[in-house]
Design a protein around this ligand. Structure first.
Ligand SMILES: Cc1ncc(CN)c(N)n1
Length: 225
């Protein structure tokens, strides 16, 4: 076994989150996307919430980059640009006739709100925790993309969604962010590393919650029941 690999902080993170990520991989939202059985209204709900999420996520990159030394901040902004998730020009939104106005008018759902708020909170703890909180968004979808390589959905727009994450740009951005997290862990104290682990695990839970939120079309009224 490669000792350098097993000593990496990101390996610890991956190991801790693996059971949660397995649940994401096998969530009914994902399996029904692949089988083609997912209702289009559910996919539209997901895309509506995801567009709001990605807008906030882009801003979080900028806020986090501003707290990092300039070389690390520039790297963070570059990998976000090169990941290929362009919320302004997402062809999948066009394919399901989802307009910017419809997305704006839809209320943000509780899990989405909590996930974004959680990532924003990390900014007040440490830049390293903020970066670690961003990582599951890349890394989980990169693993999903790998899993999706063997799948073909009978619904073309669901297949287009799978394909959109199977790009060298997304994979490369994920690798760069993992490297940045490892660098930050190496530079920081045990206390900060603990913050990083907590931020990463909570983001992983909110990722799993995101599928469930979309699958059930979660609303704020649901919190009363
Ligand atoms: C909620 C969520 N998590 C992750 C990704 C992929 N960056 C995404 N688009 N949306």
């Amino acid at each position: 076994m490669n000792e350098a690999k097993t000593n990496k902080f990101s390996d610890q993170l991956h190991q801790a989150a693996a059971p949660l990520w397995q649940k994401s991989l096998h969530h009914p939202f994902i399996t029904e996307l692949a089988s083609g059985q997912l209702p289009l209204t559910t996919f539209r709900y997901y895309l509506t919430q995801d567009t709001k999420y990605l807008e906030a996520f882009n801003q979080l990159h900028e806020k986090t980059a501003a707290l990092l030394p300039s070389s690390q901040g520039e790297l963070l902004l570059r990998l976000a640009r090169e990941a290929g998730e362009d919320v302004q020009h997402n062809p999948i939104l066009l394919q399901v006739d989802l307009t910017a106005g419809q997305i704006r008018q839809a209320p943000i759902a509780p899990n989405n709100y909590a996930y974004i708020t959680h990532m924003e909170h990390q900014l007040s703890l440490s830049p390293a925790a903020a970066v670690a909180g961003l990582l599951p968004c890349y890394w989980l979808y990169d693993e999903l993309a790998d899993y999706w390589k063997g799948q073909t959905s009978p619904i073309p727009v669901y297949q287009a969604f799978f394909n959109s994450y199977q790009t060298a740009g997304f994979n490369n951005s994920t690798r760069l962010l993992i490297g940045l997290v490892d660098d930050l862990a190496a530079e920081n104290s045990d206390l900060v590393k603990e913050q990083m682990l907590t931020a990463f695990m909570r983001s992983s839970r909110y990722e799993l919650g995101f599928w469930q939120m979309a699958y059930t079309h979660q609303t704020w009224d649901d919190l009363e029941n």
